[in-house]
Design a protein around this ligand. Sequence first.
Ligand SMILES: Cc1ncc(COP(=O)(O)O)c(C=O)c1O
Length: 445
Amino acid sequence: MPDQAGSPETGSPDALPAAELLALDRQHVWHPYGPMPGRQEPLVVASASGVRLRLAEPSQGHGELVDGMSSWWSAIHGYNHPALNEAVTGQLGRMSHVMFGGLTHEPAVRLAAKLVELTPAGLEHVFLADSGSVSVEVAVKMCLQYWRSVGRPEKSRLLTWRGGYHGDTWQPMAVCDPEGGMHELWSGILPRQLFADAPPSGFSAPVDESYVAHLRSLFAAHRDELAAVIVEPVVQGAGGMRFHNPGYLRVLRELCDEYGVLLILDEIATGFGRTGALFAADHAGITPDVMCLGKALTGGYLTLAATLCTERVADGISQGEVPVLAHGPTFMGNPLATSVALASIDLLLGQDWQGEVKRIEAGLLEGLAPAADLPGVREVRVLGAIGVIQLDHPVDMARATAAAVREGVWLRPFRDLIYTMPPFVTADADVARICRAVMAAAKEA
Ligand SMILES: Cc1ncc(COP(=O)(O)O)c(C=O)c1O
């Protein structure tokens, strides 16, 4: 049945007709990871509320779609949330933006203090960046500059494991998996970083000592040139939606300490509860030297990311020959974004978020279990509010997306993966519906 219930408001009264808007879109607008003009027509979203995206024109009988993606994993509280709206509009009346060089303001200061309080003990300093990729650039710059500052400029290479994704700007691209990833095109031009094998799969699979030995051999062979290790903790997202035992993070922490290498955890996708812990590092009980946050930081309202570091890293940089971190985006610490981030964190911590994530996990486990018997399905995996079906062949994206829309759900499959990361406020019936859509997409793909 078409789902027309509970429609949020439509777009503005002078909104362009959808056909005209799509024609202009096709003519002028570059979409993520797309050619110009795009080959697949996007759906036009007029408004969004709760977990529903309201379409400008119905698609396959549905005027609204349940969002199974949280807008690339950021909108954990859903859309049009009164508390988040209030945070933005309240701040708008005071000041939408002011430069951060030589000036400061309460939302940014309070947010930095809050992040220090919530993240693993020992992370003390916060650099506010404007996107996840930029926060990774800053993390890498911090580590490289640290070693220069302490008189070890030869320590300038990064180690990561395969299957990772860290963003689309230059340094992040260099540590994305070079094979099968989105940045293969640039091999030979990007800085050549060091890649370990992908960590063995399975959140609960025992730690594999032969893999630990493999990691150790890379540290031992490259200790003099390694500045930092960078990994996504527990869940590798856009590089393949794979989960690993948090024990490998403890191993990395120990090896970094033993061989004099800094540890960067990229928690841009995992931060703020997605895996069932507030930060994935908490599963392992470790503190990295540098941590990146983004995506759900603002509840998906505005673009903001943060790079946190320890006293040691900050001191090293600040006592070096060039005693400053030379980075300062125009919109650094934006007051609207930092205000809504504070409100989003309050909203998250003010509820039983762990219970909600567990509830969604249970719904995904139940709803996706039958997928294991579908032809073409290699594996079904669930962790926290993340549900994944991996196929044994590449997804036919157009067919899979259309199959999900027929079920009244928005999904965005990639490679051989059909997955969901729903908002934490998704009701049980909608989780079940998302699961039906994931299964339908898997059958069509
Ligand atoms: C783990 C991880 N790091 C970095 C990024 C890049 O973040 P942004 O898209 O905000 O630049 C992403 C985005 O998907 C991510 O998942």
